[in-house]
Design a protein around this ligand. Structure first.
Ligand code: FAD
Length: 408
């Protein structure tokens, strides 16, 4: 095994953690980490939060110090894109010429922002946010006190709106749905976020989209589907993402809204695995494929996939987790809802401090913690335990949630 070459394509959260894990697990062969960006692996959550506010530096966002990869004998091939893979020959082609042979290949190429296809969408001043370079560009643009228009009130749009308001910038946010983040959080919490953004001075336009952008040398106005025109100097398009898998077309890999894998991160082709935002993996307990676009999933699945590469097969079925920070409000979401769960609330919506619990057949399957970070720790353990929970106790703020977690 020690003469083997393991190649990881995508030097992001999942790819970076996979490379480290290979070494931590004792793999002594060659590890090559190929990344399209010029940076060593870094975390993206600060890009829509602290980095825009000057509270986090790029240096703090890196997964590891610059020396780590040399010390661990991990070959970094940065600014290089995999352009094609040839599975029958265990071989991949690189954008700067040349190729790499692999014994095992992990695909962790993440996603890229979905673009708006309306007239004027390519005008200067209209941007997206995915990379460190995007965030640095946005932070610099924010310093010029622009009127900001955000298209899409999903997590990234809403977090950037919050950062811009903290900077005192005028912000309009346009969203076709009835509430911000409604698809992920539901109408009630979406409405709460709508109220929070409006309280903070965001001009929130719901149930409307952008029909066109206008401007001479750069964007000056957005025309909404209602016909109204909104002036803007800077437009962030944050309307979701698409998996970065074009380079895999024709390879024989099963692609369907991501790279399909089993519960061990293995694709349909021998010696090729996938992890992170790009992978749609079989969740053994749910019995269906999921593609998850959150930090914790990339972090855990990168590690799990590395172990699978080494033949250490453990089904990947974490308690799903993500968070979002907007203004002074912290949200943590755990588990997975399929719909039709029984709901119990602890705390109050009016006080803007509560936890929603979701139960199926008496067991906790998901929890949504709004300004209740301590509840999230116990909720994670309760979801993982899968045992029956008394809903009355869940809803009673006088009961310490930790007391409901079964003892091992
Ligand atoms: C602005 C922002 C804020 C976020 N905030 C949160 C948050 O608060 N909470 C949360 O849970 N999650 C958050 N996320 C999501 C989280 O960051 C992602 O889920 C995570 O980064 C996914 O990791 P990944 O390794 O799958 O992909 P990435 O980290 O995107 O890494 C993939 C890498 O692959 C590279 N690549 C693509 N194609 C190729 C190719 N052909 N060859 C070589 N390299 C290639 C890409 O350039 C990229 O560097 C946020 C994301 C963004 C963008």
């Amino acid at each position: 095994m020690s003469t083997s070459t393991f190649v990881i394509v995508g030097a992001g959260q999942a790819g970076g953690r996979a490379a480290e894990t290979l070494r931590r697990e004792g793999f002594a062969g060659r590890v090559v980490l190929v990344g399209a960006e010029p940076h060593r692996p870094y975390e993206r959550p600060p890009l829509s939060k602290g980095l825009l506010l000057g509270e986090t530096t790029a240096e703090q966002a890196y997964l590891r110090g610059a020396d780590h990869y040399g010390e661990q004998d991990i070959e970094l091939r940065l600014g290089v894109r995999a352009t094609q893979i040839v599975p029958s020959e265990h071989w991949l082609e690189l954008s700067q010429g040349g190729s790499l042979n692999y014994d095992k290949l992990l695909l962790a190429t993440g996603v890229r922002p979905r673009l708006l296809s309306v007239p004027g969408a390519d005008l200067p001043g209209i941007i997206t946010l995915r990379t460190l370079a995007d965030a640095q560009h946005l932070a610099a643009a924010m310093a010029a006190s622009p009127r900001v228009l955000i298209v899409g009130a999903g997590f990234i749009g809403a977090e950037v709106a919050a950062a811009c308001r903290k900077r005192g910038l005028p912000v309009t946010m346009v969203e076709p749905l009835a509430a911000p983040m409604e698809r992920a959080l539901g109408t009630e919490l979406g409405n709460l976020y709508a109220a929070i953004h409006r309280d903070q001075g965001v001009d929130l336009r719901l149930r409307t989209g952008v029909a066109a952008f206008h401007g001479t040398d750069r964007v000056e106005e957005a025309e909404l589907t209602t016909g109204e025109r909104i002036s803007a100097d800077l437009v962030l398009v944050a309307i979701g993402v698409v998996p970065d898998t074009e380079y895999l077309e024709g390879s024989g890999l099963m692609l369907d809204n991501g790279i399909l894998t089993d519960q061990f991160s293995r694709t349909n082709l021998p010696d090729i695995l996938a992890a992170g935002d790009a992978a749609r993996w079989l969740h053994p307990a749910l019995g269906r494929h999921l593609r998850v676009e959150h930090w914790d999933n990339a972090e855990q699945q990168g590690k799990a996939a590395a172990k699978s590469m080494l033949g250490n097969l453990e089904p990947f079925m974490p308690v799903l987790y993500f968070w979002s920070d907007q203004y002074e409000h912290g949200l943590q979401v755990l588990g997975h809802r399929s719909g039709g769960e029984d709901e119990v609330r602890r705390g109050s919506l009016e006080a803007r401090k509560f936890t929603h619990f979701y139960l199926r057949d008496g067991a906790l399957v998901a929890a949504l913690c709004f300004n209740t970070p301590r509840d999230s720790m116990a909720a994670r353990k309760l979801i993982a335990a899968g045992t029956l929970v008394d809903p009355t106790k869940l809803g009673d703020e006088g009961v310490d949630l930790r007391s409901l977690v079964p003892k091992r």
